[in-house]
Design a protein around this ligand. Structure first.
Ligand SMILES: [Fe+2]
Length: 380
């Protein structure tokens, strides 16, 4: 049987085909615009009038303190589940990644993006395919440009983490760097541990076995991390760091510095996600929405940029194993709450996502391919 490509490997192959030598660096563009004026901003970075960002207040997105995961598990489970249900997003504090690991990772990220463009281009996509720099954060979105640069790392199964960490860190440090390797290993272990706990708590909230979701992820699921760097933007009210989208993967963990820029939608209104020191923002993705029979909301979100500050975020998108059954379990289906989505396996779902992207028009500025797939899978 042919080996199935995991979602991100497919994504990488597709993106490689579309990478052009003329790919712009948003940071270099920012410098140019600051010197020569805003008419140097390419049109494809300007979003249509109706999509332009508005100044909005911080939202009261729930904050879940994981420090009492043993002594107060019931309350934590309830708060997190309600947040996943009503918002599709929440923040967690006292998670498994230490403050010093976060600070060092943030510092590594900022160092990388502030390095000369020649150095960044040495690790651009095509030169290296499992960890790479992308100058405009658009390769995986295909038809829209974002005011952001990214450094992307693709991770194998969790059982192969040590080996992958070794390979990934050698991309930035070909001569080796033990300190950085250990830092990345600690970061990824914190991601793993926090993700597993969140999956368990959300399974318990729904009355399922604790490992109902996590068994599809550990040890055979995969992940993608991105450092996203948003240079200060002279046309911040006319562009976006990331256009409206839901995450097609299962769940996403995000660390942001103190600047802020992530916005989430709830009941037709947009809310800013207030940066909380050392917190992780958790987004429920389309995959989790499907398997939970719609109990958990997939959160529509976007990223705004600003005229005054650069911003860095570190994102980890979590994917289930290819043969995970995404069909909602019978416990979540009843006469009162019928099955919302067709029964489907993870690899079939990703095939639909990629087929949708193939078909979308180059003129289509939408990045909502995932939502189109959801619509097509909907039973009623
Ligand atoms: Fe996202």
């Amino acid at each position: 049987m042919a080996k199935l490509l995991s979602p991100f490997l497919k994504s990488s192959v597709k993106a490689d085909q579309e990478e052009s030598e003329g790919s712009i660096s948003i940071l270099e563009l920012t410098k140019e615009v600051l010197v020569r004026g805003i008419d140097k901003v390419p049109n494809n970075l300007l979003v249509p009038e109706e999509c332009r960002p508005k100044r909005i207040p911080w939202g009261e997105i729930p904050v879940v303190d994981l420090s009492k995961k043993h002594s107060d598990r019931g309350q934590i489970c309830l708060k997190m589940g309600d947040a996943a249900r009503n918002w599709g997003a929440f923040q967690v504090i006292n998670h498994a990644i230490s403050p010093s690991t976060l600070r060092k990772m943030e510092s590594e990220g900022k160092d990388f993006f502030s390095s000369p463009i020649q150095k960044k281009m040495q690790v651009r996509k095509g030169v290296t395919n499992r960890a790479y720099y992308t100058g405009n954060n658009s390769e995986e979105k295909w038809h829209s440009l974002h005011w952001a640069e990214s450094y992307v790392q693709l991770w194998n199964k969790w059982t192969e983490m040590d080996d992958t960490v070794e390979k990934q860190t050698s991309v930035l440090y070909p001569q080796g760097n033990d300190e950085y390797r250990l830092l990345v290993a600690e970061f990824m272990e914190g991601i793993r541990s926090t993700t597993e706990l969140i999956m368990e708590l959300l399974a318990e909230y729904l009355g399922l076995e604790s490992n109902f979701f996590s068994k599809f992820c550990f040890p055979n699921g995969t992940s993608v991390t991105r450092w996203n760097y948003y240079p200060l933007c002279p046309v911040a009210d006319m562009t976006l760091g990331a256009r409206q989208h839901t995450d097609p993967n299962f769940i996403t963990l995000l660390y942001q510095d103190g600047v802020g820029g992530l916005q989430v939608e709830k009941n037709g209104e947009w809310y800013g996600v207030r940066p909380i020191k050392e917190a992780l923002v958790i987004n429920i993705g389309d995959g989790f929405h499907i398997i939970s029979n719609g109990y958990f909301k997939t959160v529509l979100h976007q990223v705004v940029v600003n005229e005054h500050s650069h911003r860095l975020s570190m994102v980890c998108a979590i994917y289930l194993e290819n043969h995970a059954d995404l069909s909602a379990p019978e416990q979540l289906v009843s006469e009162r709450v019928p099955r919302l989505y067709q029964k489907i396996y993870s690899y079939e779902y990703w095939n639909l996502i990629f087929a949708g992207r193939e078909k979308s028009s180059p003129m289509d500025a939408s990045v909502l391919n995932g939502l189109n797939v959801l619509k097509n899978l909907r039973i009623f």
